[in-house]
Write a protein that binds this ligand. Structure first.
Ligand SMILES: *Cc1c(COP(=O)(O)O)cnc(C)c1O
Length: 396
């Protein structure tokens, strides 16, 4: 029976379906199984090295724990949905770490004589992977992320690897344009989407074939899980990386996969808070005379801002900047109270480090990569200002 003042059965309210859901709505249910009476919304981790396996193996969804696990399956559905909403062709494959996922793409597609184009300013372990690729007879070319410089290296390439925003320099390249140029050469395009997360940027919707990320960082956001994934609509790539995972065994533990899935529900609220904090911190840093080269794609004056605002919906939680020298940067880090001196980024607790301490990144000695957490914005800015004051050399 319809009450006389019920809303009409047509109109915008009525037609609003899953495809129209905003990200904040999408994340809280992504990958969850259909509701069953008396079952939990997100079933707990399945700890199993093997499954009951009667008869032949062909159609068995779960046979051995290195090949598949229902806890991964749910997380993979969630990630595919976030990287490419409402797209039933997109699939994700989870790995034990971001490097596990990156290696799976680069090494499973590597063949002697093929050419791969990498960023020269990407995640520092790409240099080690380059050596591996060259050891297998793959030709590797590199160019910086900024200015879309990789476009000059595409001739005859079979894979273009982008990292945007780049870590730690926070440069940005045009995914849509580079994907178009790479596809003209017959190359596949992969994007390291670690920094942005799928709520900040959707490479598959911008024309890339593969979105790869470390889930260790902002995706899971609590600094207690290592994880990686590959998301793609390309069946052959999905097959290749799944086969690679099985062969090298770079599988996530069920507990890690479950924790990761659990943390997706807060990805939007964390990201929103962190985005606001990052902008406030970047603006405060930019106003200081002793701080140079403040980079954050969301900062209106940033060289990457115009491009970033065209392809990103949120700019991430990392701010980078340079202090006069190594000792200055170390004093600053030591005086922070709310920001821990630690590597990695994307967590709910703010961290910062002098990146030069690792070697390998092309950055000045006083370069600091700061990851803002979900603390109160004014507290964070006050702590950073106070630490900068305390780090200033005492006049002699
Ligand atoms: C951290 C990071 C990786 C590596 O991820 P792990 O989970 O540490 O293996 C890859 N790419 C980028 C951009 C990263 O920041």
């Amino acid at each position: 029976m319809t009450a006389p003042d019920d809303p009409p059965l047509t109109g915008p309210g009525r037609d609003h379906g899953p495809a129209d859901d905003a990200d904040g709505t999408r994340v809280v249910r992504a990958g969850l199984p259909a509701e069953e009476p008396y079952e939990p919304p997100l079933p707990g981790p399945v700890f199993a090295a093997h499954y009951h396996l009667p008869g032949e193996v062909e159609d068995a969804p779960y046979a051995y724990g290195r090949d598949a696990n229902p806890t991964w399956t749910r997380l993979e559905r969630a990630i595919a949905e976030l990287e490419s909403p409402e797209d039933t062709d997109a699939e994700a494959v989870v790995f034990s770490s971001g490097m596990g996922a990156i290696s799976a793409v680069l090494l499973s597609l590597a063949r002697p004589g093929r050419t791969v184009v990498l960023p020269s300013d990407g995640y520092n372990l790409l240099a080690a992977l380059r050596d591996r690729l060259e050891g297998f007879g793959v030709r590797v070319r590199t160019a910086p992320t900024g200015g879309n410089a990789q476009r000059h290296e595409l001739e005859g390439a079979s894979l273009l690897w982008l990292e945007t925003p780049s870590n730690p320099g926070l440069d940005v390249c045009d995914i849509r344009e580079l994907a178009r140029l790479a596809h003209e050469q017959g190359a596949l395009v992969a994007v390291d989407n670690t920094l942005a997360t799928p709520l900040g940027q959707r490479p598959l919707l911008l024309g890339a074939d593969i979105s790869v990320a470390s889930g260790t960082k902002a995706l899971t956001g609590h600094g207690d899980v290592l994880l990686g994934y590959v998301a793609t609509r390309n069946r052959e790539v999905a097959e290749a990386v799944r086969g690679w995972r099985k062969t090298v065994g770079a599988i996530p533990g069920p507990m890690e996969a479950w924790l990761a899935h659990r943390s997706l529900a807060t990805l939007d609220v964390r990201g929103q808070r962190q985005a606001g904090n990052a902008l406030a911190v970047a603006e405060a840093l930019a106003a200081r005379p002793e701080v140079s080269d403040v980079r954050h794609p969301g900062l209106p004056g940033d060289p990457a801002h115009a491009l970033a605002s065209r392809q990103m919906s949120r700019y991430g939680c990392v701010v980078s900047f340079t202090l006069p020298d190594q000792a200055y940067a170390n004093r600053f880090l030591a005086h922070l109270r709310l920001v821990s001196d630690a590597t990695s980024f994307g967590g709910v607790r703010s961290t910062a480090e002098r990146r030069g301490r690792w070697g390998g990144d092309p950055v000045p000695e006083g370069f600091v990569r700061l990851s803002v957490g979900v603390e109160d914005s004014a507290d964070l800015v006050a702590d950073i200002r106070r630490a900068l004051d305390a780090a200033a050399p005492t006049p002699s």
